[in-house]
Design a protein around this ligand. Sequence first.
Ligand SMILES: NC(=O)c1ccc[n+]([C@@H]2O[C@H](COP(=O)([O-])OP(=O)(O)OC[C@H]3O[C@@H](n4cnc5c(N)ncnc54)[C@H](O)[C@@H]3O)[C@@H](O)[C@H]2O)c1
Ligand SMILES: [Zn+2]
Ligand SMILES: [Zn+2]
Length: 358
Amino acid sequence: MKALVFHGPGQTSWQDVPDPSIKDAADAVVRVDAVTICGTDLHIIKGDVPEVTPGRILGHEAVGTVVETGGDVRSVRPGDRVLISCISSCGRCRFCREGHYGQCRGGGGWVLGHTIDGTQAEYVRVPFADLSVHPLPSAVDSYDAVLLADIFPTSYEVGVLNGKVQPGDTVVVVGVGPIGLAAIATAQLYSPGRIIAVDLADSRLAAARELGADATARADEQPEQLVEDLTDGLGADVVMEAVGVPEAFEMCTRMVRPGGHVANIGVHGKPATLHLEDLWIKDVTLTTGLVDTYSTPMLLKMMAAGRLPAASLITHRFELGQMEEAYDVFSRAAETGALKVALGGPRHDTLTVQTPGK
Ligand SMILES: NC(=O)c1ccc[n+]([C@@H]2O[C@H](COP(=O)([O-])OP(=O)(O)OC[C@H]3O[C@@H](n4cnc5c(N)ncnc54)[C@H](O)[C@@H]3O)[C@@H](O)[C@H]2O)c1
Ligand SMILES: [Zn+2]
Ligand SMILES: [Zn+2]
């Protein structure tokens, strides 16, 4: 099959690789029908995530069709259309039993496209299939559902819930790529008073306004002043970091009000300074987090009911084989206007169940 292989910082290629096969009785092999690229993949290519070693197939978000299951898999079978979660779950370890699947110690957590081969491929092996894929109702389109693999649960859990957004709050989202935009969408479930979006790219600030931001500011045009003016000098109740660079995180800690919350979502590859000389007296709560995806079933229900603005987040569609072009468009979002880019294999009217590895 073909897949996007990481060869070290700055180097990837769409190339021939061996087909995946069942390695454990809890595995499923899934044919990838729709897949996307995450800001985290860009961090990996930059070299920010050193656990990703050369030879790894990238990608942790996809929708596909099960082609083969191991003997222990009970909840899906060949032919089922499923959402592949970015987080896999052994279901047995202490963290899985608490719903903290992201912290799984039993071989799950964020493994796809990180410590095992991922979804930017024609086929992918998914471990612990019973707990790591979600069968999709026919009402949900594959290209909408792929946004539930990572960006909606991440923004909702690590941004909105960790940040404890309350009715009436002033919420600032720093970085309005797909993650920040999904945070703007899901923050509105809690009726905040106003949402302020901050980014360097005008196209993304325009998208933030479409999705419900009340005010926007460029990161290089004194967004802190805007937040101060709109909150009578107090600062925002909740500030979310959805970039993953020190300057953005440090800006968030300057924008929060006394007693407020800073929710970090961004993946960081470099240290950021925590200004405790200013923060110690402010009663600020700072949270970090890898998504757990415990909210995925709830978000799937909302999506089936048409209550998530999914379609507006996908700006570009490609064939699966155009992976390198899709990366180019996504990584130059300020020029291309890309939000989420989605890639799909050719349509299969009838499913040929094949044995991977042959
Ligand atoms: N914690 C988790 O579980 C988790 C899951 C998924 C993604 N992430 C992370 O979330 C972040 C956002 O992901 P994405 O897919 O939206 O990425 P993205 O790269 O598409 O978006 C990042 C946005 O930040 C903007 N930006 C860059 N520098 C900035 C600055 N100094 N100030 C303000 N804005 C700035 C960019 O213009 C861009 O719009 C990434 O760091 C990603 O790795 C974390
Ligand atoms: Zn991701
Ligand atoms: Zn576990």
